[in-house]
Design a protein around this ligand. Structure first.
Ligand SMILES: [Ca+2]
Length: 451
């Protein structure tokens, strides 16, 4: 297009010049001349540029030869899609007949490179002869790893870790070699059926292992693979949520009346590392000093996976994080001061912890028989963090919805590293539910709907 326009411009310019000069050449100039004696003027006509036709003829010939012998340019259109790189990377024009080298590769995290020349699949590197306009399209597919962990005594497929295309659907199927055992399959730490599919929308981990001991919940005791977790049935009741004390923060106000309308189960202790390990098969804690230490360095999202896995093991949907109101109600256990006892007697905090967590149940419990509600590790609640509190009378409040700008999900109770002011029943804090770094010193306590 560009060269065609240029040719037309040159041709037009040559034509216009020839016409113009032709007109000038044909214009005769009248030159009066006088005879010496008679004084009668003799008029002679002269052409102004007598040699011009020759000059023009030669010039036009040269231009014509240049235009005719000029090589045409051809365009190579290059489309490099996401995840690809190489040369040439940009669309360009080349002299007719040029031979262009091309070579393309896929970037990290992408594979299945495909190079098409004018719609036909060609090798990832090669040559293009520019005998006409060409188009190169380069594409690559994102891939994700499926990590497979198979315990002893498990059979099925797939048995090894592998990479798959984005959105590829991978079927899996596992069973126990020994018919006396069951098999538990986890996809990204959530228990799933023993047969199913995984859609590779991200990296995934598939874990299959033998389970001999099924999970049970009976008389307030949760048992999983021999690990016990005791819970208390908390009676319904009304309480004043928040605080007007001198130590209170503005997000604890206004103090308002809340009714917890139904009995619910609350863990007597923080979730221990042993319980987390029994359900999740991993332990994110910083202080791995023993089974009875509380799990910490958790994310809210991981705690959702934890309760989901637990519920799937038990075939119900009863376990969950407590709501923020349930937590404060259970913590206060009928008390109206900011703490349910003398701080050193009830809680591990910065002044007495020595700089680390402690096994659960070493401090005095509250009136509901719950240990370490204050101190040791913070405890995630279900609610989104927001303030101020609503005023008035509220029944079983739970703040849900999208995480807001104020900072994600609530945790409660203070920890081994909190100053005394932060270790109070109404004290609130929060973090994003899937903060890239796990939240230091935050663990959880299980709640369970009564049923
Ligand atoms: Ca605690």
């Amino acid at each position: 297009m560009k060269s065609s326009l240029m040719k037309k411009t040159i041709a037009s310019a040559v034509l216009l010049t020839m016409i113009g000069v032709g007109v000038a050449w044909t214009t005769e100039q009248t030159v009066p001349q006088y005879r010496e004696k008679e004084g009668t003027p003799i008029v002679q006509k002269h052409r102004k540029f007598p040699w011009l036709p020759v000059i023009l003829g030669v010039g036009a010939g040269v231009v014509l030869i240049m235009v005719l012998t000029k090589k045409k340019k051809q365009t190579l259109t290059v489309n490099l899609n996401v995840g690809t790189s190489g040369n040439p990377a940009a669309t360009a024009t080349y002299k007719r007949g040029s031979i262009i080298d091309y070579a393309y590769t896929s970037k990290d995290g992408f594979d299945w490179l495909q190079v098409r020349l004018d719609g036909i699949v060609v090798p990832p590197s090669g040559k293009v002869t520019m005998d006409r306009d060409h188009t190169i399209d380069v594409s690559a597919t994102e891939y994700y790893d499926l990590t497979v962990n198979l315990g002893a005594g498990v059979t099925g497929t797939p048995t090894t870790s592998a990479s798959y295309h984005r959105d590829q659907v991978v079927s899996y199927s596992y069973s126990a070699l020994d018919n006396a055992s069951g098999v538990q399959v986890r996809l990204d730490n959530v228990v799933v059926p023993a047969n199913g599919t995984v859609t590779m929308s991200t990296h995934h981990t598939l874990t299959a292992r033998i389970t001999n001991d099924m999970a049970t919940f009976s008389n307030g005791v949760l048992t999983i693979n021999g690990i016990r977790y005791e819970m208390e049935l908390i009676p319904p009741g009304e309480f004043q949520m928040g605080s007007d004390s001198q130590e209170a923060n503005h997000d604890e106000q206004p103090v308002h009346t809340v009714l917890i309308s139904k009995p619910f189960w609350m863990g007597k202790t923080e979730v221990t590392q042993a319980l987390w390990q029994a359900i999740m098969g991993s332990n994110p804690s910083k202080f791995k000093f023993g089974d009875d230490y509380p799990v910490e360095e958790t994310q809210w999202e991981w705690c959702q996976d934890f309760v989901t896995s637990l519920n799937q093991m038990l075939g119900g949907n009863f376990f969950r994080l407590p709501t923020e109101a349930e937590w404060e109600y259970a913590c206060r256990a009928g008390t109206t001061n900011d703490r349910y006892g003398e701080l050193d007697a009830i809680a591990w905090y910065s002044e007495n912890s020595g700089g680390y967590t402690h096994p659960v149940r070493l401090k005095q419990p509250n009136r509901f028989g719950l240990y370490d509600m204050l101190g040791n590790v913070w405890e995630w609640c279900q609610d989104i963090y927001d303030f101020p509190y609503p005023s008035g009378y509220w029944v079983d409040p739970l703040k849900t919805g999208e995480n807001n700008q104020r900072g994600g999900r609530v945790y409660r109770g203070g920890s081994w590293e909190s100053i005394a002011k932060a270790v109070r029943s109404p004290q609130r804090d929060r973090d994003h539910p899937n903060e890239r770094r796990p939240v230091v010193s935050v663990g959880l306590r299980l709640a369970r709907t009564n049923g």
